[in-house]
Structure formats: C-alpha cells, structure tokens
Write a protein that binds this ligand. Structure first.
Ligand SMILES: Nc1ncnc2c1ncn2[C@@H]1O[C@H](COP(=O)(O)OP(=O)(O)OP(=O)(O)O)[C@@H](O)[C@H]1O
Length: 712
C-alpha cells in the first residue's frame, strides 16, 4: 500500500508553488510583446473613454453657464481657444475623437490580447501533450488519462480565458479606478472624498468574498474529478456496462457525481449572489450620495465641513464618471472566478510538467543499428538453454539475422529482476513485490523463444522490459550487445515489433492503420534500411502497404470491403472482427520490418480457418527475426527453438519441447492438461496459483476501499 494515497499527478500538482507566476515566466515571457501591446492599447482606450464626461463638464461651465474657465487637465491653457464657438467646436471634436480612439485601441487590444492568450494556450497544450507522451507506463497504470485529458482541454482553455478576459478586465478596472479617482480629485477633492468613500468598502467586500469562495472552489474541483472519472469509466467500459446490465448503476453514479457538482457550484453561486449585488449596491450608493451631496452643494453652497465651490459642469462630470464605475465593478466576481479556475488549472499543468520522465534517452545514447560504441557494448552473454554461465559474444552482426536497419536481433537478459512500482512516484527499487526474479537467457538472431507459464507468471512483463515500457530494477537487457538503456528509445522500439492480443486501431482508413509507425506521414520513412531502393512517395507506400497486407493474409478481406484500403474503421476498430484486427496488426509489423518480434498469442477463440490464416502469416513474419511468443497454446511451443517456463517471476525450466517433456516438471504437466492427457494440474500447482490470486484480490479490495474512502 502506498504511504500516500494521491497519485503522482496529484502529488506534483499539490507541490506547485505560485502557479500563475510560473505561467508568466515560462510561457508568458516569450509572448510578452503581445501582452504589453494589449495592455497599452487597453489603457489608451480606457483613458480616452474618460474624455467625454470631462469635456462635457468643462463645456457646460465655460460655454453654457459661463461659470468657469475653459481648461482641461494636462493641456496648457495657451493651446485652448477663448472664443465660445471655437470652444464648442473643440469640445465636439474631442468627444468625437475620443470615441474614435477608444474604438481603434479597443481593436488593437483585442488582437494583441487574443494573440497573447491563444499563443500561450497553444504552447501549454502542446507542451503538456509532449510531456504526457514522454511519461512511462507507470504513470498510465495509475489510470490518470482523465486527468491528462482535462489538462489538455479544460485547463488550457481556462488559462486562455484568464489571460484574455480576466487579465485585461483587471487592467481596465485598475485604469478606471485610478483614472476616475484622479479626475474627480483634480476637479473637486472634497466631493471626490464623498464619491470614493465606497471604494474601501468595496475592497473589504472583495477580500471577504475571495476568502469565503476559495475553499468552495477547491471542493468544486475535487468533485469535477469524480464526475470525469465516472463519465470516463462508463464510456471506456461501455461494452462491460451493457453486457452486465449496469446502465442504471452507472447512471446513478454519474447522477450522484453530477449532483455533488451541482451542490458545490451552487455554494459558490450563493456567495456570488451576495457579492455581485453588494458591489452594485455600493457603486449605486456612491452614485446616489454623489448626486444628493452635489445637488445640495449646487443649491445651497458647500455643505458641512466642505469649503470649495462646485459648478454644474463639475457636477455633471462627477455624475457621468461615477456611472462608469458600475460596469467594471460588476466584472470583479467574474475576474475572481476566472482567476480561481486559472490558478487551479495552472497547478495541474505544472503538476503534469513536473512528473519526472523516467524512461528517456541517456545523454550519450546511440542508435541501435547505428555506430557501435565499444564501451556500451557487452562482450559476453548467457545461453537460453543453459544456466547463464556459458557466455558468448553479445554484439552480433546484422548479417547473422538478416538486415533490419542494421539490427541483428541478438537478445540477452542478464539476471533481470523487476517490480512494478506502486505509483509513478515510487522508486522501482523500493517496490517489494518482485514480478521477475533473476531471469537470464539469451536468444540468437532469428531464434524463436516461447514463453510459457501460468497466468500472472510474468511473461508479458518480461517482454515489456525489452520494449523499455519499464526499466529493469536489477540486471540488464542487451540487444546486439547494447544495454537497452544505452540506445535511443526510438531506435530500440523501431527494432522491436509487437503484436498484442488486443489490437489497437485508430480512427482512420485501413491503409493509415497499416502504415502507422513506419509511414505515419507521407514522405516519411521511419526505417530506410530495407535496401529495396524504393522511395517513400505515396505510390510506393501504397504498394508496400498492399504487400504487407498480403503477407498478413489480410489483403483478401480488405479488398472485399466497400472502399478497400480506404475504408474508414470506426473508433478503436469496432467495425472489424477480432481476427481481422489482428491481421491488420500483423500487416503493420510486416511493414515495420523489425529485427525482433514479440507476439502475444491470442487466447480468444477464432474459427479454425482464421486461426490458420493468422498462424501462416505469423510464421512468415517470424521466419527471419528473433521472435518471442507468449504461448497460450502449447502447440506453438513445439515449433520454437527454446521455451522458457516461467513460474512466479522466475524461469523454472528451459529447453526444447522434447527436453521439457522429458523433464516431467511444470511444462510437462501444462502440456498434459492441454493435450487432454491429464484432467487437471496437480494440486500443488493449483494451490500456488490460488494463493497468488487470493493475495492479489485482497490487494485490489484494499485499494478500492481506500479509493472509496478518498471519494467520501
Ligand atoms: N501494470 C502493472 N502494475 C502492477 N502490477 C502489474 C502490472 N501488470 C502486471 N502486473 C502484475 O505482474 C504480475 C505478472 O503479470 P504479467 O502480465 O506479466 O503475467 P503474464 O504471465 O503475462 O500473465 P497472463 O498470461 O495472464 O497474461 C502479475 O502479478 C500482475 O498482477
């Protein structure tokens, strides 16, 4: 049991410090020019918006009532006209001009602010996706795909809204408050005190609101996670849901999660319902009090302690500017909402970013099949048939196993141990349940090695290590004499073809699915080493795809489809049968032409004819490459050069089919059961398997208990 029940993503998310500051440093800085242009344009547009009320006030006093001079803030008096007609024309021009300036700069601001926000969002999304792709399988084993989807979609969008709206609205608010306060104080500081008295009250109300709403946002986000998980489970397991008749149960789960989300959202909105009208009320009060005090002042002279004179024009300016307060203040609750969302999103973005990438190229990694470095290659190796003491040269040459991009395909496991870390945070060396223990064997280029053993013995795990989906916790794996950790992950994985039991197909055409990985994009040749001199233009790729499909015994069924190779297969290939999907996967590997092949033999029953087709294509595929077969049917083993019998993570028997039968151990018993010679496995084997299953079931139950506690 992990000491910390949070998954890696949550742990790193909770560690993120000052997320928005980091966002600006890491993503905002390269786009800072857009932000600066946007801010400046915004300030100009807002300041220009203050001109009409000011000019109107001055014009009233100077032209209509004749009670004041024609002066404007920051404009020298000598520049201003003294004739009433000229004053009127200038006033009209200034009012009209200010609207034009506001319009033009609002446009500039829109372009710049959106450029800034969308560019940052694009970088955040693509960076997060790249980081997600670099993470190793331990991360994905923790079932965090929902969280990642949310980072790539919702969180990137939240940041965009914040960077565009919230940031610019706060700038606008700042300009309005400071600008309006400045103008009011300039014209009549005494009446300004009355008008601006509402501001400290608004600040107090805002502080209260932010403090009260923050924990509610945290609670809301946690239920969003539950809701997403419920939705994702129901969608990804739709077949199970239907076949188990659990639609009602799933509906209830989603309804529960959705209802908690509703409750949490309402608790935020209830505060909003107090805050927003509260702010509007204060702004309205400021307006009403200004009107009352100013009106009294005009009628009866300065009230109470006030001594200055108030003109009608100044009064009009005050009234109009106080009105302008209201709209941006009403935005404050939206700004807070966007700020809270952005902060949380930013934590998630950087949480994902900070998860250490464990499986990546070493600084001096070499290309497998490329130039060999003496210091990273081994000079000895253990024989599959022996106990590991017989060593041979590990650095086989391509000539020994056919040319597959210069990789021969010699594989050696040297005393390999492995334990799955409980989560992506744990150092695998600290995990205590060893899934593989001291496994040593080697396969020469072109050999076929069958892996046999009861379920859970570690067969799949053994081969996942060869693909470096995980790294060994102890020992080493060598391909052509190179430790797999010393070669680039890309060159290693392109040298190892993998046909899984359950084939993954992408939404796209049949042809696109076959060429996925080798000619994913037109004009790209992931493995130029086949030496047939053919180009990678669309026509020759098409030819190769058809050849691969023929080799995989898939050409016939593909040709019978309405659009042949251009037929689109539905999401996850649901429109094809299991046997057809597997043949497409085989065609994909034929095209990849790897030196090493991993076949996870299908357990699902296909009809005899399909099985024969699949077997024939697999035999063809395996002919000139090092092949590892996870053999569920022992008939496969009879054709293999060597079989390794795994039990509980260790190789307990090894040798050819005949040798193993002669040993009369686990293999002979498994063979006996399959061949129908004995009814069942001897009690000791069954007992051992049962113990392991019970242990695992208990573990799973404990885990789900903890999960449900966390949910509560
Ligand atoms: N991603 C994982 N995280 C943690 N434990 C795992 C993971 N995958 C497999 N295991 C555990 O490792 C052990 C070996 O599993 P593995 O899938 O390698 O066995 P296998 O021999 O291939 O079994 P099968 O024949 O049923 O596919 C099992 O106990 C399994 O529960």
């Amino acid at each position: 049991m992990a000491a910390d029940d949070r998954n890696a993503f949550e742990v790193y998310r909770d560690r993120v410090d000052r997320p928005l500051g980091r966002l600006f440093r890491e993503y905002g800085a390269p786009q800072a020019h857009w932000l600066v242009i946007g801010m400046v344009a915004n300030v100009i547009a807002r300041v220009a918006g203050l001109i009409p009320p000011v000019v109107l006030g001055v014009a009233i006093d100077a032209i209509f009532t004749g009670t004041g001079p024609y002066t404007l803030p920051v404009v020298p008096d000598v520049w201003l006209p003294t004739e009433e007609d000229a004053m009127f024309r200038l006033s009209m021009l200034l009012i009209f001009g200010s609207f034009v300036v506001t319009g033009v700069f609002t446009y500039v601001y829109g372009i710049a602010a959106n450029n800034f926000a969308h560019r940052v969002m694009h970088e955040v999304r693509t960076d997060s996706f790249d980081q997600m792709q670099r993470l190793d399988m331990t991360f994905f084993d923790e079932k965090q795909t929902g969280e990642v989807m949310s980072v790539l979609n919702n969180d990137a969008s939240n940041l965009e809204v914040f960077l565009d709206n919230a940031l610019q609205n706060s700038a606008r608010l700042g300009v309005m408050v400071v600008g309006i306060a400045g103008v009011l104080v300039y014209y009549n500081y005494e009446l300004a005190v009355v008008t601006l008295a509402a501001i400290p009250l608004m600040i107090l109300l805002t502080v209260w609101f932010m403090r009260a709403v923050e924990p509610r946002y945290v609670a809301q986000r946690s239920v969003v996670g539950d809701l997403n998980t419920a939705l994702e489970n129901a969608l990804s397991g739709v077949e199970l849901v239907k076949t188990s008749n659990t639609e009602d149960y799933e509906s209830e789960r989603v309804a529960d999660a959705s209802h908690s989300y509703f409750r949490r959202t309402m608790s935020i909105l209830r505060l909003n319902f107090v805050y927003r009208p509260g702010m509007e009320l204060l702004a309205g009060l400021a307006f009403a009090v200004t009107f009352a005090v100013g009106g009294y002042w005009l009628e009866n002279g300065a009230p109470g302690p006030f001594t200055t004179e108030l003109t009608v024009g100044t009064f009009v300016t005050f009234i109009l500017l106080t009105q302008q307060f209201v709209a941006p203040l009403a935005e404050v609750s939206n700004i807070i909402d966007q700020y809270e969302n952005a902060k949380a999103s930013c934590e998630r973005v950087f949480g994902l970013r900070d998860i250490p990438v464990r499986i990546e190229d070493a600084d001096d990694a070499i290309e497998l099949g490329g130039t060999r470095r003496g210091d990273s290659s081994r000079s000895d190796g253990g024989g599959a048939g022996g106990d590991g003491s017989a060593r041979r040269d590990g650095g086989a040459t391509p000539a020994e196993g056919g040319d597959h991009g210069g990789v021969a395909g010699a594989v050696e496991y040297d005393d390999v141990s492995f334990a799955y870390p409980e989560n992506a945070l744990m150092d695998p060396a600290d995990a205590d349940e060893q899934v593989l223990r001291g496994v040593s064997f080697s396969a020469d280029p072109g050999d076929t090695v069958a892996l046999v053993g009861p379920t859970g013995a570690g067969k799949s795990t053994l081969l996942k290590l060869l693909l470096r989906l995980y790294d060994v916790t102890d020992g080493a794996i060598y391909v052509d004499g190179h430790d797999v950790r010393d070669v680039t992950v890309e060159s290693l994985r392109s040298s190892v073809g993998y046909v899984a039991q359950d084939t993954t197909l992408f939404d796209g055409t049949i042809a696109e699915n076959i060429r996925y990985g080798r000619f994913t994009r037109i004009g790209e040749d992931g493995d130029p080493g086949d030496g047939d001199g053919r180009g990678s233009d669309e026509e020759s790729i098409r030819e190769r795809v058809i050849e691969a499909a023929k080799a995989a015994e898939a050409h016939e069924f593909i040709s019978s489809l309405p659009n042949g190779y251009e037929t689109r297969i539905g999401e996850r290939g649901v429109k094809l049968s299991g046997g057809q999907r597997q043949r497409l996967a085989i065609a994909r590997v034929v095209l990849q032409d790897p030196a090493i092949l991993i076949l996870d033999e299908a357990t699902s029953a296909v009809d005899t004819e399909t099985e024969m087709l699949i077997q024939r294509s697999l035999d063809r595929l395996a002919a000139d490459r090092t092949t590892f077969v996870i053999a569920h049917r022992l008939s496969t083993v009879t054709d293999a050069d060597t079989a390794l019998v795994l039990e509980d993570g260790a190789v307990v028997e090894r040798g050819s089919h005949e040798d193993l039968l002669a040993e009369d151990g686990l293999y002979a018993k498994l063979w006996g059961v399959q061949a129908g010679e004995i009814d069942e496995l001897p009690e000791e084997f069954v007992e051992r398997a049962r113990e392991r299953h019970v242990e695992r079931a208990v573990e799973r139950a404990t885990e789900s208990e903890v999960d449900s506690e966390t949910l509560e």
